[in-house]
Design a protein. Structure first.
Lengths: 228, 991
């Protein structure tokens, strides 16, 4: 016999948050997708409010980014004492402040590349460090993926593994088929246009349904965030 | 006076070494020694109870022999140091625990015993240290509460449960510390009760019985109900209301009472009027233990002195305690009033304790025999519910006083005449009124603090503390020759002569090895090889406890590493301020620097003891050359360090060949219980240690050098690089052109190119760089073509990104592609970050209000004004936006949120990575009029850039590299699948 769940106590804070959220969600919804029967004045008002709220969201997101950077610095400052692992934190801090200094010097026109207003020094640092590192990482990813696929059969032969290997081989070879294997190119196009597109659409439909469900839960005050 | 050093030129007596005290080198003198413990004022108040009339031991009644089967005395061998003729004796009596007779008992000690090569009692057999005990030099040995072992005497035949003298648990914590001491890897000795603390921390209730949580496989020495001996020294304050001192006995005596347990318990508590205590019969068992004798002899001398009034018989043993202090805090000296009176020996001028002269071991078994309370004693109901007391247990029995072993008239020293721990009390106080038995609260298992008025320093009470509080015995400095002859009849001693006592001992080859060597490094010491140096111990062949269940890694036992002196030294050692002394001795795992003083500085009594011991050692036969079996455990030496019994001729002994190595049945039981305790603790330690070792076992490192991985990597690397230098030799078709593509593909490319061409000159167009440098290799080809085309056509690209790295990378692309001829803010605009991916795109696409203009389009990434007004922004948004996205989320955000306020989708040209191509294809196929593209992947990028007129550099080589690498990767997959499949199938067949 399933025990009767305890009745959830209502708290004043929860009530206020739910009320505010429902109102804001309703106004935003009306501003984004106003029903045709809604009066024009009300629609415009809701749209203006909705637009203003979304713009505030961007500001809040920017503030969150600043807070995230501060938290990153704090965490690295805290961990920098724990040697030798703290060396990584130290490198992060040094890189952060070095970039900040370079950027500040360029903004203050103390360091400037003649002939352009672009901060070429900062961009060169970006190109030399960030782009190079991330590109190399992407290149290594290719090797890792191939090797993992190479070993995928070692832990047993299943139909799904065979399907994976077959699809990968068709897509890879069909990318630029050798002479005499043009059918692989056609097969690749078919794979991408039919099964892959169907699967992606299914994913998008699932994402849309999930978003609707979450929206409804928020709208009726049943979302988990209100209880935490 | 002699100027010989106390330690005989850095050489300690072997009986001290055997006891764990070793010399560890010289120490720089810093300051003088403080007051030794025996000179310190008393911290301890004497008991005010009158001596308890304790019933005799049960075996006393009737036959006068122990109910335990004792063999004839003549059949019992003497320890080698006591009887040369019996050195090789191998037959001990049955009641003497063979564990203590290593010469006879085979040892099946586990091979991983790290102290297997240490014979802790190798020297003790030759030099019985019994006489040296009272000086407090071996107080650490006294931490072993033998009486605690009675609780573990379940395995022994118990004549009655009335033989336990006192505590229920004993100083087991000290035992744990001692047991862990020889192993430097174990917990430091200062954590005296760490073992039990750990147990307590783990949630195990250890109120008083530290072995309550011992696994069932371990014999719980306290599982057997035991009787409670009277604790006379403690004044009995009325117990508090919530006092539950009996909780200590709950686990072992009440909660799990065997059928005969409760009566004995009852009888212990409420024994009524036992006979006058009599001298315990010297047990006929033989064994090397005489610690009991030492403990009992001390108060025994008080019988001849005006001792405090005897407490009423049958009193409440624990009424005065209020709360039984912690087990380790119970000083064993509190047993002093319980010692049965010894027959008055003729007074002589000898000031040495009589037990040193006689060596007779008083049996304490009869002292702790409380009698049953009277029926109307008013005992609590919970005690009355116990079964009736056996008559034999409650009946007082008459005892025959035992004659002293040697009828020597010895004058009882003054320090022994009074209570052993008593302060000088001019007038004996009457015994306090005994609280009614009904006031005893029923045990609840909860510990209660000791009463405030209990003037007993039990905070860190152990034997060291107690002994440290005792005044130095005022032993006369000299004895007359007659007295010495009485003490040592066959050994005339000239005390006026300063002898080098060690010279009396014939040097043996092992002495050289035992001699301490100056430490080569600070803190370094030496580790004597006890078995090799001192020969087999008569006690070291004790069969090991059941410890085979736990396997421990072998540790080197060649040397005992010298640990750092721990902070928690015994009090009597700590008070000596060891850092001030020049000589470093080792006690257990600790090095204690002590001041080296001349031999003359020793008290005369100690010197006498020392001389006597050396004489005995010199007279003792050579130890058996047969190597003694390895000790059975880590703390195997602990039980061996129990001092042997005193050796004295016993004229009244039935067998003349046995001369005084006496161990009673009760002592044997206690020894057995002690061994059980030690084995239990050792087992626990071993288990914990095994767990730690297992936890510290490093994981096997993965072999990162795999041949197939290296082969795959090298092959792929070659295929990537080779086309740039050697081409593919026409193996693959060349890069297709826009015209060679199928019509649907041409439409995709045409839509994007058409969007580029449709932007009017001088207008601003939105270019979203929604990728980071991670996808630069894939999307930079398209971005370069788009940006170059826009710039060339005079269009002002307005770069925007919802990714922080993307915004900066957009600036990098614009500056790199535009070159120094095109200035930011004029030829192109790089907007700042648009935070909030979905919300940011939505806000970007809805031009509404000043906030929108100011936050998004008002300033660029350099915080410079963009110059875009509302009209320009509206025109910007009306044109198709070129979105270069690396992830599906970015595509979704732009496809779903880049709309007009009324929901109409704005035109977008999608240029995405291959991984996001499917999503882009889905959106494009859903709204082909709104979306252009998608251009996805490096292949489309190369085609698009070539079609747009901005071909990528070395596009042909790139294409060959792509073709060769993808083909090689496909081959790798096929080969790997084949090998892996075959291997997997073979494994499946084997299974």
């Amino acid at each position: 016999m399933t025990p009767t769940p305890a009745r959830r106590r209502l708290r004043l804070g929860e009530i206020l948050i739910v009320s505010l959220t429902v109102v804001v969600a309703l106004v935003t919804l009306l501003g984004l997708e106003p029903p045709p029967t809604l009066p024009a004045a009300l629609t415009e008002t809701a749209r203006a409010i909705s637009s203003g709220l979304i713009q505030i969201v961007t500001i809040v997101a920017a503030l969150a980014l600043v807070i995230g950077v501060a938290n990153l610095l704090l965490a690295n400052f805290t961990s920098v004492r724990k040697l030798p692992k703290g060396l990584y934190n130290l490198a992060t801090l040094i890189a952060f402040f070095a970039t900040l200094v370079i950027r500040g010097l360029e903004r203050a026109q103390i360091v400037k590349v003649e002939g352009t207003d672009a901060p070429l020094l900062s961009l060169t640092v970006l190109d030399a460090v960030q782009v190079a590192v991330e590109s190399a990482l992407a290149g290594l990813l290719f090797f890792v993926l191939v090797y993992m696929a190479y070993r995928v059969m070692r832990r047993g032969v299943t139909i799904w593994k065979m399907l994976f290997i077959g699809a990968a081989v068709i897509v890879l070879i069909g990318y630029n088929p050798l002479p005499g294997t043009d059918f692989l190119a056609a097969l690749r196009e078919w794979l991408l246009s039919v099964p892959v597109t169907a699967g992606v659409r299914g994913l998008l439909i699932g994402v849309a349904l999930g978003t609707v469900i979450v929206g409804v839960r928020v709208f009726i005050g049943r979302d988990r965030t209100f209880r935490e | 006076m002699s100027e010989l050093p106390m330690f005989d030129d850095e050489d300690l007596p072997r009986w001290l070494v055997a006891g764990g005290v070793t010399y560890a080198g010289q120490y720089d003198p810093i300051a003088g020694l403080p007051t030794p413990p025996w000179r310190r004022p008393l911290k301890y108040h004497p008991p005010e109870f009158a001596p308890v009339d304790l019933p005799p031991a049960p075996w006393r009644a009737g036959t006068g022999t122990s109910p335990l089967s004792e063999p004839p005395l003549a059949d019992k061998p003497l320890p080698p140091w006591a009887n040369p003729a019996m050195v090789q004796a191998s037959a001990f009596s049955e009641e003497v625990d063979l564990d203590l007779v290593p010469a006879t008992a085979p040892s099946d000690s586990p091979p991983e015993d790290p102290f297997a090569d240490i014979d802790w009692l190798a020297d003790a057999k030759e030099t019985p240290p019994a006489a040296a005990q009272p000086a407090g030099e071996s107080a650490w040995i006294d931490e072993i509460d033998l009486f605690a072992g009675d609780r573990g005497a379940a395995s022994l035949p118990t004549p009655s449960e009335d033989t336990d003298l006192f505590p229920k648990t004993g100083l087991t914590g000290k035992l744990g510390a001692l047991s862990a001491a020889p192993d430097p890897s174990e917990a430091p000795i200062d954590a005296d009760f760490s073992l039990f603390d750990d147990l307590a921390m783990s949630g195990a209730a250890i109120p008083s019985d530290p072995f309550a949580d011992i696994p069932p496989t371990v014999a719980d020495p306290f599982a057997e109900p035991v009787s409670v001996a009277p604790i006379a020294p403690v004044p009995p304050p009325p117990p508090p209301a919530e006092l539950n001192w009996l909780s200590d006995f709950e686990a072992d005596a009440i909660a799990e009472p065997p059928p005969t347990a409760q009566p004995a318990l009852n009888a212990d508590f409420f024994a009524s009027g036992p006979d006058e205590p009599v001298q315990a019969e010297p047990a006929r068992g033989t064994g090397p233990l005489n610690l009991d004798a030492f403990l009992t002899d001390l108060p025994d001398n008080t019988a001849a002195t005006p001792a405090p009034p005897a407490p009423a018989a049958g009193f409440d043993l624990f009424a005065g305690l209020g709360d039984i202090p912690d087990i380790p805090d119970i000083p064993d000296t509190t047993m002093t009033p319980e010692i049965p009176e010894r027959p008055a020996a003729p007074a002589t001028s000898s000031d040495v304790p009589d037990w040193l002269n006689t060596g007779a071991l008083p049996d304490l078994s009869g002292l702790s025999t409380p009698t049953a309370p009277p029926a109307d004693s008013g005992s609590p109901s919970w005690l009355d519910e116990a079964p009736p007391i056996a008559a034999s247990d409650s009946k007082p029995k008459t005892q025959t006083p035992i004659e002293p072993a040697i009828p020597i008239a010895i004058e009882v020293p003054e320090w022994l005449r009074t209570d052993f721990l008593a302060e000088p009390t001019p007038t004996p106080k009457p015994p306090p009124a005994m609280p009614p038995a009904t006031a005893i609260p029923e045990p609840t298992g909860r510990r209660t603090p000791p009463p405030a008025d209990l003037d007993l320093d039990l905070g860190g009470a152990n034997l060291e503390n107690i002994l440290g509080a005792v005044d130095e015995p005022a032993i006369p400095q000299k004895l007359t020759t007659a007295e010495l002859q009485a003490i040592l009849p066959d050994a005339p001693i000239d005390l006026t002569e300063d002898l080098d006592f060690d010279s009396l001992i014939p040097p043996t080859p092992s002495d050289a090895a035992m001699m301490p060597k100056p430490p080569t490094a600070p803190g370094a010491g030496f580790a004597p090889n006890f078995p090799a140096d001192f020969g087999p111990s008569p006690l070291s062949a004790a069969p090991p406890p059941d410890l085979n269940a736990v396997a421990l890694p072998k540790r080197s036992t060649a040397e005992i590493p010298a640990p750092e002196p721990s902070a928690a030294l015994p009090e009597w050692v700590a008070d000596l301020k060891p850092t001030a002394g020049p000589v470093v001795i080792r006690i257990g795992d600790q090095q204690i620097p002590m001041e080296e003083q001349p031999l003359a500085a020793l008290p005369e009594s100690i010197k006498q003891l020392r001389e006597r011991l050396k004489r005995i050692e010199a007279e003792s036969p050579t130890p058996s050359p047969t190597p003694s079996p390895a000790p059975s455990s880590l703390i195997a030496g602990l039980k061996d360090i129990l001092p042997p019994a005193a050796v004295t001729p016993t004229p009244d002994a039935p067998a003349p060949t046995l001369s005084g190595v006496i161990i009673s049945d009760m002592q044997a039981r206690r020894v057995k219980a002690l061994q059980t305790i030690l084995s239990a603790q050792e087992q626990l330690l071993r288990r914990s240690q095994a767990g730690e070792v297992a936890a510290k076992v490093p994981k096997r490192r993965r072999n990162l050098t795999k041949l197939d991985r290296i082969a795959v990597t090298i092959l792929l690397l070659i295929t990537v690089i080779l086309p740039f230098f050697a081409g593919t030799g026409g193996l693959f078709p060349p890069l297709p052109t826009l015209e060679s593509l199928p019509a649907p593909d041409q439409a995709r490319f045409a839509a994007v190119i058409g969007a580029l061409e449709a932007v009017p000159n001088g207008a601003a167009v939105l270019v979203a760089i929604e990728y980071t440098p991670l996808s630069a290799g894939e999307l930079d080809i398209m971005a370069r073509a788009v940006i170059s085309r826009l710039l060339d056509r005079g269009v002002r690209p307005v770069f925007v990104s919802t990714n922080p790295a993307g915004a900066l990378y957009a600036f990098h692309l614009a500056a790199k592609i535009g070159g120094p001829s095109r200035q930011p803010g004029q030829d192109y605009i790089v907007l700042g970050l648009v935070p909030g991916t979905i919300g940011g795109v939505r806000a970007l696409a809805n031009p509404d209000g000043p906030l929108w203009e100011r936050t998004i389009f008002g300033q660029d990434i350099e915080n410079r004004p963009t110059g875009l007004d509302s009209a320009a922004i509206s025109d910007l948004l009306s044109l198709p936006a070129f979105v270069l996205a690396q992830s599906q989320d970015d595509i979704r955000a732009w496809a779903e949120q880049y709309r007009t306020p009324d929901g109409t989708g704005r035109p977008i040209a999608l240029l995405v990575t291959a991984s996001a191509g499917a999503v882009a294809t889905a959106y494009v196929s859903a709204e082909p009029q709104r979306f252009g593209g998608p251009i996805s992947g490096p292949r489309d990028g190369l085609i698009f850039s070539a079609a747009a007129g901005y071909p990528a550099p070395r596009a042909a080589e790139r294409w060959d590299s792509f073709s060769l690498t993808t083909t090689m990767a496909a081959m790798m997959l096929l080969i790997g699948a084949a090998f892996g499949g075959i291997r997997s199938l073979r494994k499946g067949q084997r299974r």
